[in-house]
Write a protein that binds this ligand. Sequence first.
Ligand SMILES: Cc1ncc(COP(=O)(O)O)c(C=O)c1O
Length: 449
Amino acid sequence: MKLDMSLSKELIHKAKQNVAGGTSSTMRLPTYHLPLVIKRADGVRVWDADDNELIDMNMGYGPLIFGHRSPIVVDAINKEMELRGTILGFVHELSFQVAELIKKSIPSIELLRFSSSGTEVGQTAVRLARAYTKRSHIVIFEGHYHGSSDAVFHKYHAQLKDIEDVDIIDTLPGCEGMGGAPRNVYRIPWNNFEVLEKVFKEKGETIAAVIMEPVMGNAGVIPPVPRFLSKVRDITKEYNSLLIFDEIITGFRVARGGAQERYGVQSDLTMISKAMNGGVPISAIGGRREIMELLVEGRVFHGGVASGNPMCLAATLAVQKEYEKKGEEIYISLEDKSNMLRDGIIEIFNRLEVPVIVQDVGAMISMAFVESKDIKRFENYRDIKRWSNTNKYIKFQHELQCEGVYIHPNHFEPWYLSTSHSYPIIEDILDKIEKVGRRINWNDKELNM
Ligand SMILES: Cc1ncc(COP(=O)(O)O)c(C=O)c1O
């Protein structure tokens, strides 16, 4: 099926004359992305330059938990514009009001600081851990992404040939120009406690922290295997290392208190953003008081002109108050709709005899096409890299976009639900998935190369 995308195509061409690659994030326009320039957004829907209407399942890569242009966020910003404006450069009460509500949801956070992006708080988390423990090294997992700072940006989507024969890799820079960073990193496979134990036995005295997405969301959705998080918690305590949960995606999404609430394991430091704020550029790093106090003492520096600005904090306060008011209701409903979507997708492709793997935790889902029904689950990055068929996923995404549903064409990107995805919308998405599933010739040679 073909849609008219000519205006989008033309605008992208124009954009490329002035903006490197036509966009300000490399993930947004990979070569295999169909032309798509959005001119309007509302709730679950976006409209492109050619007036095609799409149900959005990307939701700004996760933050838009109440949908596009949610009145919760927009009204709060408008009100704040009449009071303090965008950036203030002074202390104001919104910061401790928001901090209080966040602490109520995530009890492991005793003190916190606000920043503007996940990248910034990832860098600060690593600095805090090294300064607190007076140790050099960080343990990172394959497939996990913690922002693009030199502290942690590794080749998280490495080629299999570069990782397959080794369990512990010292460094794998994420891109050129990093001068050898990230430095002092041990990189290991996710969900493999034996390798983690090995790295601690061999190098424990050097390990400042283990950093992880407690539910991996940057190589599809890969939950921790049973007891993995608690074992990591135990071993980090045993060796006096810190545990950093990067809950940029999972915080306020897989439960109000994030993965740490869902799995009952607390971290020493936590990074949060996305669903914390409903779609404004603000993040936070928080954790045990004695670690966070290194910032107070000035032993570790953290700043930022836009850090804790009133515009973003006003929106975040409104979002946090909504969580406070609606409590569990939001998460029960999100989870129910997410289960409906997951079960529906599995049922459709079972009927079509097209093997797929669908994995989800709360309102984050991912799917991948695999070659055989014998493949049942992905437990780490190597599994998904080895077994998933990206050609089929890209074809499926292109057809689905033409049918009126947008998912990101990279199968590593989860699908995100928002409260504005109603039951009839989930039904509509499933109908469209079925149509597309029937239309594609899954035996096409090109899809199976
Ligand atoms: C788990 C995780 N950590 C950190 C980041 C970096 O956040 P930002 O893009 O705001 O720097 C992301 C971004 O998607 C993320 O998914």
